[in-house]
Design a protein around this ligand. Structure first.
Ligand code: COA
Length: 315
């Protein structure tokens, strides 16, 4: 038995901060940001938080899957920007949705988190432990971004995406996951509970850029090899939405046409673990994804961590 995505949902805050508004807050400009990142605007929480956005995205995914909250036996939320340390965001979502039968916990694998949650559910279903899961990637990064640092503040946004996974007969689809803690200093955020100070995301942008355009194509090649898959038969590559130049670099190294790499980062910026499920939800609701389509999802981020998974669309 394996997991198939049966419904998707997403939620982004109404409040939009575009590049021109950002350039009034720091020494930057619309042209520079678009050219270097592809980002035009991002949505910033005002009244929303990680729990409320997760709940709304989860509710929409359940409706899309036609699954009742009490049918869920597992909820995993991937986040690095929870409202509180305890209880977990997943338990708060359980309460809000009334998913009384679910086991709930959070996962921190930064921008790779949604992909790792997806793989975890695959393994659980394969082992026969759970049958219906809700996985959510949700971030209020505006709380941990240093709004005086133009090297990071321009990149990130807030939002949540979710998917309902159901157990169906089938062989385990190929997946590849990696982590390299020795490179962790490239992208960090200290804990304010440890330092007793307000802490923010710090990043060596060029190190992260180089890592992404090298390691992500390598791991997609590894996945293709592992699954005996032909890259020309993959309909879409659903990549973590960090920077359009990163996506372009990955497509080029893989020698795959960029048209098979959908992007929505100009609208949302990098919402960390929420980018992949928000993109999946948009493509699902637009009708771009059709039953039987072959997809590869790939994520990368702090840790450093990265990975890729193959799936066949089944909605
Ligand atoms: N606006 C205007 N100028 C800026 C700027 C901004 N927001 N940020 C940096 N600059 C300036 C720099 O000061 C530098 O000026 P100088 O040449 O006079 O010294 C110049 O632009 C180039 O800076 P650099 O840092 O080399 O730019 P870059 O091409 O590496 O782009 C990032 C910076 C952050 C956009 C890029 O490194 C990146 O996207 N990295 C990956 C980050 C990422 O995706 N992280 C999350 C992964 S999950």
């Amino acid at each position: 038995m394996i997991a198939k995505i049966k419904g998707t949902g997403s939620y982004v805050p109404e409040n939009v901060l575009d590049n021109n508004a950002l350039s009034k807050m720091m020494e930057t400009n619309d042209e520079w940001i678009r050219e270097r990142t592809g980002i035009a605007r991002r949505h910033i929480a005002q009244g929303d938080d990680t729990v409320s956005m997760s709940t709304e995205a989860g509710k929409r995914a359940l409706e899309n899957a036609n699954v009742k909250p009490e049918e869920l036996d597992l909820i995993i939320v991937s986040t690095v920007s929870s409202n509180v340390v305890l209880p977990s965001t997943a338990c708060e979502v359980q309460k809000n949705l009334g998913a009384v039968n679910a086991t709930c916990y959070d996962m921190n694998a930064a921008c790779t988190g949604f992909l790792f949650a997806y793989n975890t559910v695959q393994a659980y279903f394969y082992a026969g432990l759970f049958k219906k899961a809700l996985i959510i990637g949700a971030e209020t990064l505006s709380n941990i971004v240093d709004w005086t640092d133009r090297g990071t503040a321009i990149l990130f946004g807030d939002g949540a995406g979710a998917a309902v996974l159901e157990c169906v007969p089938g062989e385990m689809p190929p997946m590849v996951t990696h982590s390299d803690g020795s490179m962790g200093a490239a992208l960090t955020c200290a804990s304010p509970f440890a330092t007793k100070e307000k802490e923010y995301v710090e990043m060596n942008g060029q190190d992260v850029f180089r890592f992404a355009v090298k390691k992500v194509p390598e791991c997609i090649e590894e996945l293709l090899e592992k699954g005996g898959l032909d890259r020309n038969k993959i309909d879409y590559f659903i990549l973590h939405q960090a920077n359009s130049r990163i996506v372009e670099g990955i497509a080029k190294r893989l020698k795959v046409d960029l048209s098979r790499f959908p992007m929505n980062l100009s609208e949302y910026g990098n919402t960390s673990s929420a980018t992949i499920p928000i993109l999946l939800d948009e493509l699902n609701r637009q009708g771009t994804l059709k039953k039987g389509m072959k997809l590869i999802m790939a994520g990368f981020g702090a840790g450093l961590s990265w990975g890729a998974s193959y799936l066949e669309w089944d909605i």
